[in-house]
Design a protein around this ligand. Structure first.
Ligand code: C5P
Length: 296
């Protein structure tokens, strides 16, 4: 029997995962306005679902309130694939959102990655993964990782990816916030507080990669780091007490995901995570690593 999210005739459904940054070191703003990163991305099993179907013209619908025009990355993704094939982008894109919006979990990037793959499949193009990755990087810094999934080291803008083998699973409590935080605003706050600094290399997140490779949650908790955490906390001071509450609930480690405001808590097992989640109303339990964008 097809699941609630499987593809149907004339339509293609793709799911793509949320990400958290296990380590995020950020260098100074460059002339292009972006910041050089060394990031360890980790996909978790909370997904958005994108369904594309043939239509007279390009349109979007969504289960939550989102921009439904050209500013939405899924629109730009469909146009990018159509241009590649010399086709008109005549599709309807339905977004079933399960990833917190503007939460620092790259939900919009997940939707874009899923749309690239879905349009490629719907139009029978089956673009090579290397080309999809290039199109993904043109859409946003986190889009290539949403295609890739798993755990990966990201350099450059975060789009130059190398997979990190992860022989175990990590259990997380994820606490979304009611109101999103603007990523450019958090980067600008970092620049204000720390205008100069070194360009980070892979060595800056070595301890994270090492802990992941050993599937060691205690070592990982120790190594978790995020240069955007202090700027995000200065814009949302109330998140500090949330991090403390999560730690008191038994987390091995706690941090803000990416530019925030979502907070994530690492636990030694899914059972521990489920117990702790009961103390944080509105939170959910997730495990990683999870697969990247996948046709259902
Ligand atoms: O690439 P993306 O569109 O996701 O980036 C959103 C914003 O985040 C950028 O406009 C920029 O302000 C900031 N950013 C950055 N350096 C990065 C990634 C994102 O400054 N490496």
């Amino acid at each position: 029997m097809p699941s609630a999210h499987s593809s149907s005739p004339g339509a293609v459904t793709v799911r793509a995962p949320a990400k958290i940054n296990l380590g995020l070191r950020v260098g100074p703003r460059q002339a292009d306005g972006f910041h050089p990163l060394a990031s360890v991305f980790h996909a978790i099993d909370r997904y958005d679902y994108i369904t594309v179907s043939s239509a007279a013209s390009l349109s979007i619908s969504a289960t939550t309130e989102l921009p439904l025009g050209p500013s939405n990355l899924v629109w730009q993704a469909a146009v990018a694939v159509a241009q590649e094939a010399g086709l008109a982008p005549a599709v309807h894109i339905r977004i079933d959102k399960q990833i917190p919006v503007a939460g620092g979990m790259a939900g919009g990037s997940a939707d874009a990655a899923a749309t690239l793959l879905a349009c490629s499949r719907l139009w029978g193009l089956d673009l090579p993964i290397a080309r999809l990755r290039e199109l993904a990087a043109g859409l946003g810094s986190d889009v290539p990782f949403a295609l890739h999934g798993g755990t990966a080291l990201g350099l450059g803008r975060g789009d130059q990816l190398t997979g990190v083998a992860c022989p175990g699973r990590f259990a997380w409590v994820v606490m979304p916030a009611d109101q999103g935080l603007s990523t450019p605003r958090v980067y600008a706050e970092l620049d204000r507080r720390r205008p100069v600094g070194p360009v980070p290399t892979a060595a800056a997140v070595d301890a994270v990669v090492e802990a992941v490779s050993r599937a060691d949650p205690v070592a990982l908790a120790d190594a978790l780091c995020n240069d955007l955490q202090e700027p995000a906390l200065s814009l949302r001071p109330e998140l500090a007490s949330l991090l403390a509450t999560g730690r008191r609930a038994g987390a091995l480690g706690a941090l803000i995901s990416g530019s925030g405001p979502t907070c994530v808590f690492l636990h030694r097992s899914v059972e521990h995570a489920a117990e702790a989640a009961r103390l944080l109303p509105g939170s959910f339990v997730a495990e990683g690593p999870a697969d990247g964008a996948t046709v259902l």
